[in-house]
Design a protein around this ligand. Structure first.
Ligand SMILES: Nc1ncnc2c1ncn2[C@@H]1O[C@H](COP(=O)(O)OP(=O)(O)O)[C@@H](O)[C@H]1O
Ligand SMILES: [Mg+2]
Length: 410
């Protein structure tokens, strides 16, 4: 029997477009003999849409036309209701567009990767791929994530954090607190950013003030870290659950400037239009060949990463420990920084729904991506089954013990 899979993408996030690319790449790797795929696109407005037209990337050029011609849909946060409903139905038509067996989220960033949607899906009871609400939320907030990793003895660079209200109330005081803790240069980030949005390096007080004003325009929580000036970035994907997981080969994404930018991540590899194809090699460095339409696959990268003796194994081990510490599920990518001054290795961040679902890392690890997707979907069902065995009601009725005619005081 075929499974009906809701492929959820888009979202109220600055990474909406990247998510379209991830979703369409994922769709390409899904076995159509096994799965009926129902595309569900969350527009930047927050409205949900479902229809075949969402599966053609060229249609996104004219967003208004695409959405005007695509049915608006919704799910109800009612446990056990796995239906996708049409907002508008004809007089006699059924309001149910599809009944989902499982949902595969391929969205990135705020409102998407941070537990928000995972909470909605959990409320419906539909099995879904990837991290639950807790792991997603912890993984998204760079402050909370670093606190947990530090507590677990996993190395992270020195950091300092504050919120926007503290900043606007007394910029001098916050600056003095930072300067007492971390020497310049530093890097200032919105705690919940992604795709390098809102991030700036600062080499002195004036640049720091400017960088914080900029970061605070994106979010309320701000993290400042020691800027590692001679660094090598290494990424490693992990798949499995909090109890049993495996790490992929490592990659080194290549930067054009001081920090790995949005352009480096999504817009560098080769030409800008649609040529499909596998990885290509640029002087020993591999990248996909389809430019901006290829999302994370278009990053120029070295794969597998050429590192010093033992570093790959150490990174893979720390990647698994990070996945476990954050209670992850499904597939994540953990990003590392190697400080080339002393070869210290630090976890920089986790992406619980990584660009292109890190397909290129798994393919380079000898895993066919359609099989990876099969495993992720099987795992979504397994988790849902395990959760159904947990007690959610211990049969007590506190109201039954109340004296008859008693007041409403507890
Ligand atoms: N502590 C640091 N020192 C030096 N460069 C950093 C540091 N943290 C981040 N960067 C650079 O900034 C980029 C984006 O930061 P990151 O924390 O990964 O945020 P995002 O979630 O936006 O990807 C990194 O890929 C790296 O190039
Ligand atoms: Mg990053």
């Amino acid at each position: 029997m075929k499974l009906t899979v809701g492929l959820l993408f888009g979202g109220r996030s600055v990474e909406n477009e990247i998510s379209v690319v991830t979703a369409l790449q994922t769709l390409e790797s899904m076995d159509k003999e096994k799965y009926d795929v129902v595309p569900i696109y969350i527009a930047k407005s927050g409205k949900w849409y479902s229809g075949e037209a969402l599966l053609t990337v060229a249609n996104y050029r004219d967003m208004k036309k695409l959405l005007d011609g695509t049915p608006e849909v919704y799910m109800r946060p009612v446990y056990g209701d796995r239906n996708l409903y049409k907002v508008k139905t004809g007089l006699l038509g059924s309001p149910v567009l599809a009944t989902l067996d499982v949902v595969l989220p391929t969205l990135h960033g705020t409102n998407c990767e941070d537990g928000t949607l995972q909470g909605v899906l959990t409320s419906t009871g539909v099995p879904f791929v990837g991290c639950n609400t807790l792991a997603s939320a912890n993984g998204m907030d760079k402050i909370t994530m670093k606190m947990i990793l530090k507590e677990c003895g996993i190395p992270v660079v020195d950091y300092f954090w504050f919120n926007d209200k503290e900043w606007y109330a007394d910029k001098d005081a916050v600056t003095a607190r930072l300067e007492a803790k971390i020497p310049y240069p530093v890097i200032v980030k919105p705690a919940n950013s992604g795709s390098s949005v809102g991030i700036k390096a600062a080499h002195n007080t004036a640049e720091f003030v400017e960088a914080v004003d900029y970061a605070a325009s994106f979010t309320t929580r701000i993290i400042v870290e020691r800027l590692v000036t001679r660094l090598k970035e290494v990424n490693c994907s992990v798949m499995g659950n909090y109890n049993d997981c495996e790490a992929s080969v490592c990659e080194v994404p290549l930067r054009s400037g001081e920090i790995l930018s949005y352009q480096d991540k999504y817009m560098r590899g080769g030409g800008s239009k649609g040529a499909k194809g596998g990885a290509r090699s640029v002087g020993g460095v591999k990248s996909a060949s389809a430019g901006e339409s290829e999302g994370m696959r278009s990053t120029l990268r070295e794969i597998p990463a050429k590192l010093q003796e033992g570093e790959t194994e150490r990174i893979q081990q720390l990647a698994r420990e990070t996945f476990r510490a954050l209670a992850c599920d499904g597939l994540s990518r953990i990003d590392f920084i190697i400080d080339e001054e002393d070869r210290s290795i630090y976890v920089n961040e986790i992406n619980t729904i990584p660009g292109s679902l890190s397909s290129y890392l798994w393919e380079a690890s000898g895993r066919k991506f359609p099989e990876v997707i099969d495993a992720l979907i099987a795992q979504a069902f397994a988790r849902s089954r395990e959760e159904s065995f947990k007690v959610t009601d211990f049969g007590g009725n506190i109201f039954a013990a109340m004296p008859a005619g008693g007041g409403s005081k507890m």
